[in-house]
Design a protein around this ligand. Structure first.
Ligand code: ADP
Ligand code: S3P
Length: 483
């Protein structure tokens, strides 16, 4: 059994995929959490892997239960609770949520863009046809084209659902779309993880965005309409996380309708029933999500992964969302070296000097709090650094080779001395891209098992599939988290 939380078309859908298997959907994200294939020595995760391959969440849960009994996947069974309290709109505003009073009002941005495009295009085409077509054609064709708008409006008023797919597609035309979705989904994802809900997967595909959770017990409670206050509070916080994350960044939230719909379904399936005022308060409180703070407890988040995996890009967004500061470990090293760049440090003093400075920087960072740290791609090659990172939570961004190469080729290798090549004659220029690929491949092969070992407990590998944007093409490992 599995639970999907979707956020763009944000409803928490309950649907049965077969009489014995049910899915519980919070859209807009669909992802699969996979266990790492290189678990701790002596731990056999093959059952988990085959259950995931079969997408049988009952079996996944059984395998996770067994692994948790032997001390692995501890996170799976921790499930901390959050408890609701009265929250005012002012509190949301002081937290940084813009337009808190309008959070629950569904956005009409996509609908307006759709209507404007249909009416504008057909109107323009009609005028052009009227001007250029001869005789009666110039009279009838503009009428025909004009009637397209009327048909669309008629469909919209009789069965709005039919237009939803087309309207939803319009969101991708907005330049902030990709970041909004990433922010929104990351929030569902992170909050679910922090609250101990095992995440099976997520997707950032347009119109199919969702986070997939597995929790059989919760699912049964929802189906039987027996969610108690504690369970409702936990689910509400997960459901509202995307909306809150959007509201912290943007004046207007776009992906709230489905989230609110999802929350309403949870409320309807809970006992005792909440009054209208209690429902409103629950929505406000869940947006505040203060309940997760004690579990995060100010610990630093260390992002690890290859050069170009997005540690800096993701780190900045994540730190804003969490109200943490962002710190780039390479920048700290550069400051300690009197402002020389990483490339200059490599050239003047060599790699081992750089690695010593990196260890010193990580040692300092490990005693700090409320930081999202973007580490250098090679930070994991010294085991001493793992100990420092284990003071916080480490997350591995595992990005496929082709995406890494594309990104690095786009920005050049000037700041990445390990990949820098002397460019000169056409032959070596031709070889340039190939050499980068080869160097990256060798590093990935060597480093991948090490990135995983930064974990000291239960790695959750969250593989995100998405056809529509590069952001979807990577895997996140939430590693030494909350044990
Ligand atoms: N998810 C992503 N999708 C597309 N491009 C990305 C993504 N993450 C990062 N990038 C791009 O890749 C390049 C390297 O990203 P960066 O965050 O500097 O990586 P790192 O800090 O891990 O070396 C940047 O140009 C960035 O814009
Ligand atoms: O992979 C590596 O060994 C390195 C990655 C770089 O950081 P980014 O991962 O931020 O590019 C930087 O620390 C240095 O060039 C070495």
């Amino acid at each position: 059994m599995s639970v999907f939380i979707s956020s763009n078309s944000l409803f928490f859908l309950l649907h049965k995929s077969s009489p014995s298997k049910s899915n519980f959907l919070i859209r807009p994200t669909k992802c699969w959490v996979q266990a790492s294939s290189s678990a701790a020595p002596g731990i056999d995760i093959s059952k988990l892997e085959s259950a995931i391959a079969k997408k049988d969440s009952d079996e996944v849960k059984k395998a996770l239960d067994q692994l948790s009994e032997i001390g692995w996947a501890k996170r799976w069974s921790s499930q901390p609770y959050v408890s609701r309290r009265t929250t005012s709109l002012r509190e949301l505003t002081s937290l940084g949520i813009k337009n808190a009073e309008n959070l629950a009002i569904p956005s009409v941005r996509n609908d307006a863009a759709f209507l404007f495009t249909v009416v504008g295009t057909t109107g323009l085409l009609g005028i052009i046809a009227g001007q250029i077509l001869p005789g009666d054609w110039g009279f009838f064709v503009p009428y025909l084209i004009g009637s397209i708008s009327l048909v669309v409006l008629a469909i919209g008023s009789i069965s709005p659902g039919l237009l939803q797919a087309a309207i939803g597609g319009f969101s991708s035309f907005f330049p902030d779309y990709q970041e909004r979705i990433a922010r929104h989904e990351a929030a569902h994802f992170l909050v679910a993880y922090l609250l101990g809900l095992p995440i099976l997967g997520y997707s950032l595909d347009i119109g199919k965005e969702n986070v997939n959770l597995i929790d059989e017990r919760l699912e049964k409670l929802i189906y039987s309409g027996q969610l108690d206050a504690q369970e409702l509070d936990r689910l509400a916080v997960v459901a509202m996380a995307g909306l809150a994350a959007e509201g912290l960044q943007y004046d207007k939230v776009i992906g709230q309708s489905a989230d609110l719909f999802t929350l309403q379904r949870f409320i309807n399936r809970s006992k005792p029933q909440l009054s209208k005022d209690q429902q409103q308060n629950l929505t406000r409180w869940a947006n505040k999500s203060e309940g997760i703070e004690p579990y995060l407890n100010g610990r630093c988040i260390f992002l690890v992964g290859m050069m170009g995996s997005g540690k800096t890009t993701v780190g900045k967004v994540l730190s804003e969302g969490l109200g943490y500061s962002f710190c780039d470990c390479d920048t700290l090293i550069e400051q300690a070296a009197g402002g020389s760049t990483v490339a200059e440090i490599f050239k003047m003093y060599g790699e081992s000097f750089f690695r010593d400075s990196e260890t010193e920087a990580l040692e300092k960072l490990s005693s700090m709090h409320r930081l999202v740290v973007s580490t250098g791609g090679g930070a994991v090659i010294r085991p001493i650094n793992w100990r420092y990172m284990q003071q916080g939570i480490s997350v591995w961004l595992d990005v496929p080779l082709d995406a890494l190469a594309r990104r690095i080729a786009a920005v050049g290798t000037d700041s990445r001395p390990l990949l820098e090549q002397e460019s000169g004659d056409p032959y070596s220029k031709d070889l340039f891209g190939f050499t980068i690929l080869l160097l990256l491949l060798l590093s990935i092969k060597f480093r991948s098992p090490i990135y995983l070992t930064t974990d000291n407990g239960s790695p959750l590998k969250m593989h995100c599939t998405s056809k529509n944007n590069d952001l979807g093409n990577h895997t996140l490992y939430a590693t030494n988290g909350f044990h």
